[in-house]
Design a protein around this ligand. Structure first.
Ligand code: OOG
Ligand code: NI
Length: 435
């Protein structure tokens, strides 16, 4: 039987192969990331402190966008087959450049599952009923359009349910599940209704990308790199224009914390359009990305508050060096970061827990680069205030209810991992008479 972790790992590889065929710059990015990782591993004996080189080399996150709660529930069914569960709630409508979506990330939640393959997918759902973006009439047409399409075939959903129930699948079903699940996220060559796509683009490019087409696709697939500053330099040297900066803290003297990301826009891709008179023509859309990220230690709520304060004022590296503890030991004793404990030679030692989630600021940044060339919707666009916008309706409880399973709180996961390992280590020390 192919176990869940292996299904996940094969699914991630299959998506990677497909995305590499669709977006050739992705293949360049992956190979530069691999070279950087090999160079870091060769020069730094602690390179594997936040994950083995094997894990980091295979590590990817994807981003997908769906239209309705029903589609989101199907996403959850499919990802459960790969041991990926919803974690965190991100409200991108609050971003400096508001985007009409709410999001979560599907990912493994157990440390051993993460170590085997940490594939995660940032998943956004269009906030069709937020009146600040879509008036009642447009919302209704949008819903009608979305309700007519089927992203996930019954055969795929059935196989996924079976895999989740049996904790794996035999062949040939395992291979069938992976190929059906991968095909869902391929860029479709179905013709796009040009007038409809354009109407939605007036509200937001993301709305058009989600609700203007009859299928969905992967928006980007992101490898992990151990030295993102070096990667940025090497990509720029190859003539690939990256966004202006690396999102996250500047390069500073302390350990990597949370997440740093950078990206570039992929080239326009040929798409087929349908005109109002029924004729079709060739056009192009530029909606996809190349993105890369460096991951660091997970911060506690107190650590995150300190981090956000420095980020909010755009603090330079010198301020980080001065104000943010720049050793793991100091982060630990100040209670700012999470650690996994074990016993080594009669003493308890803490290894840093890597951050497995996303950051609203970075996420908003990548959405914003997508929106660069369209009219933006904002609070005032439709003259409607947040109070009567249905705004309150989308929160983590709403999301859990819509998906039909609890959305995990990332802090709970990190804290539980830390406490369990500490209790276990203490018990071990107690038994050996060291405590
Ligand atoms: C998702 C943007 C968020 C990240 O890495 O923060 C994201 C999207 O563009 O659909 O992937
Ligand atoms: Ni991303």
């Amino acid at each position: 039987m192919t176990e869940i972790w292996e299904l996940r790992s094969r699914f991630a590889s299959a998506l990677s192969l497909m995305y590499g065929r669709e977006v050739p710059e992705y293949t360049t990015l992956v190979s530069v990331a691999e070279q950087v990782n090999a160079d870091v591993a060769a020069r730094d004996p602690h390179a594997d402190r936040l994950g083995s080189l094997a894990r980091v080399t295979a590590e990817r996150h994807g981003a997908i966008r769906v239209g309705t709660p029903a589609e989101l529930r199907d996403v959850a069914t499919v990802f459960a087959a790969f041991g990926m569960y919803p974690v965190g709630f991100y409200d991108l409508r609050d971003a400096p450049v508001p985007v009409p979506v709410v999001s979560t990330a599907f990912r493994p939640i157990d440390a051993d599952q993460l170590a085997r393959n940490p594939f995660r997918v940032f998943t956004s759902m269009l906030a069709v009923h937020d009146r600040r973006f879509f008036d009642a009439e447009l919302a209704q047409r949008l819903h009608r359009f979305l309700d007519r399409r089927t992203l996930f075939a019954p055969e795929l959903l059935d196989l996924a349910r079976q895999a989740a129930a049996d904790c794996g699948l035999d062949e040939p079903e395992a291979t069938r599940l992976i190929s059906l699940a991968t095909a869902v996220f391929a860029l479709s060559d179905d013709p796009i209704d040009a007038a409809w796509y354009e109407e939605l683009s007036q509200v937001s490019a993301v709305a058009a990308d989600i609700g203007g087409v009859s299928s969905t696709h992967i928006n980007h697939l992101t490898p992990r790199v151990l030295d993102i500053d070096e990667l940025y330099r090497r990509m720029s040297e190859r003539g690939i224009t990256m966004i202006d900066e690396i999102q996250g803290p500047p390069a500073w003297s302390g350990p990597d914390v949370l997440l740093r990301q950078t990206s570039f826009r992929a080239l326009a891709e040929p798409r087929r359009f349908l005109a109002a008179d029924g004729t079709s023509y060739d056009g192009a859309l530029r909606v996809r990305f190349g993105e890369v990220e460096a991951r660091g230690i997970a911060l506690t709520p107190a650590g995150r508050e300190h981090y956000d304060a420095l980020m909010d004022r755009n603090a330079p590296a010198a301020d980080w060096d001065r104000e943010f503890p720049n050793t793991e030991a100091q982060l630990e004793s100040d209670g700012l970061a999470y650690f996994e404990y074990r016993v080594d030679e009669g003493a308890m030692v803490g290894d840093p827990i890597v951050y497995e989630d996303f950051l609203p600021r970075s996420a908003a940044g990548i959405f914003a680069s997508n929106l660069a060339d369209v009219n933006l919707a904002n609070d005032t666009a439709l003259g409607i205030s947040a109070a009567d916008s249905g705004y309150q309706n989308y929160d983590i409880a709403w999301l859990s209810n819509a998906i039909g399973v609890d959305v995990h709180d990332p802090y709970d996961l990190y804290r539980t991992q830390q406490e369990r390992s500490r209790a276990h280590a203490l018990a071990q020390l107690g038994r050996s008479g060291n405590v």
